[in-house]
Ligand binder design. Structure first.
Ligand code: SF4
Ligand code: SF4
Length: 298
């Protein structure tokens, strides 16, 4: 159990970590990374550069270094701050507790000099870049199936992993400040990406089963807790706070009376099923599947 740190212990200065640019975004940001590194050095900010935090594997040196950091942390990365926070949580870093203040800075957001200044201000204690949890408004759970039973359903028909090693990293990141553990994403994804842990908490269990550039389940989540930090066409899905997650020009909700994000998600999922040589299940079946789950009495 965590206890308050006694006041007589010397306060440790926050560690500053600068994430390298995700390899597939190097063309866009590599020069800014160099400029920012130079600016931090010039202004006397001690920092450690680690490989792209989104691309780190659990046993990578950079991940081990992140886990070894004690005390407060300032992470400058190439994502929205909310996405950075939960990418770090996937590396088993405490991001929400009393033992650590985590500041997340979007390196794309400002000039290198402004970013260095913000970092200095946080180090001095005159600024903050903490991503606070939103106020929770938990909707009731919708299904009679237990999370474990849902996990077993979601693991059916696993295709071989396609992303690992062959293409840039692409997987969903969950904002656990917002997630209600409703399991809609696990019901929806037919690629076995989601599962549950021993405490029946929704987890991204097979991240490299996720289909490259598929953002479908992020539109299905009722509370917007699923992020794809590298998704370029929708800032909300990439981790910005708020915003609309459906994007199709023709508003299908007006025709079918259903939320457009859900229809778009079903179309995106069908596209990925076809690409994987599997049968599409279609938008209507998605809704029926969800209804059937709700009615099952197990
Ligand atoms: S993006 Fe697509 S493949 Fe990836 S977890 Fe979501 S529904 Fe599954
Ligand atoms: S991420 Fe969203 S859809 Fe998935 S369990 Fe959490 S709240 Fe439900």
């Amino acid at each position: 159990m965590l206890t308050d740190v006694p006041e007589f212990l010397p306060k440790r200065a926050p560690t500053v970590v600068l994430s390298r640019v995700p390899p597939d975004e190097a063309a866009k940001f590599a020069s800014k990374f160099d400029e920012l590194s130079a600016e931090l050095t010039k202004t006397g900010v001690a920092f450690t550069a680690v490989d792209s935090i989104y691309d780190l594997q659990e046993d990578d040196e950079g991940a081990a270094f992140l886990r070894s950091i004690k005390g407060d942390l300032i992470c400058i990365a190439w994502h929205y701050p909310r996405a950075t926070k939960w990418v770090l949580a996937r590396q088993n870093l405490e991001v929400n507790g009393r033992a650590r203040k985590l500041h997340c800075i979007d390196a794309r957001d400002n000039s290198p000099s402004k970013l260095a200044q913000t970092t200095q201000d946080i180090l001095k204690g005159t600024a903050s870049a903490i991503v606070e949890p939103p106020e929770r408004k938990d909707p009731p759970l919708k299904s009679a199936l237990t999370p474990k039973e849902r996990g077993a359903l979601a693991e059916n028909q696993l295709p071989p992993p396609l992303n690992a090693e062959l293409s840039p990293r692409w997987y969903p990141v969950i904002d656990y400040d917002t997630c209600t553990n409703c399991m809609d994403c696990m019901d929806f994804c037919l690629f076995g990406v989601y599962g549950v842990d021993a405490d029946t908490i929704l987890r991204v269990v097979q991240q490299d089963q996720c289909r490259q550039d598929c953002p479908a389940c992020s539109r299905v989540c009722p509370v917007g807790a699923i992020m794809f930090p590298k998704y370029e066409t929708n800032q909300s899905i990439a981790g910005a706070i708020g915003g609309d997650r459906g994007e199709i020009k023709l508003d299908l909700s007006k025709i079918f009376g259903k939320p457009k994000g859900r229809h778009q998600a079903a179309l995106e999922r069908d596209r990925e099923l076809l690409k994987a040589g599997r049968k599409p299940v279609g938008a209507d079946k998605v809704e029926k599947l969800a209804d059937a789950f709700e009615k099952m009495d197990i």
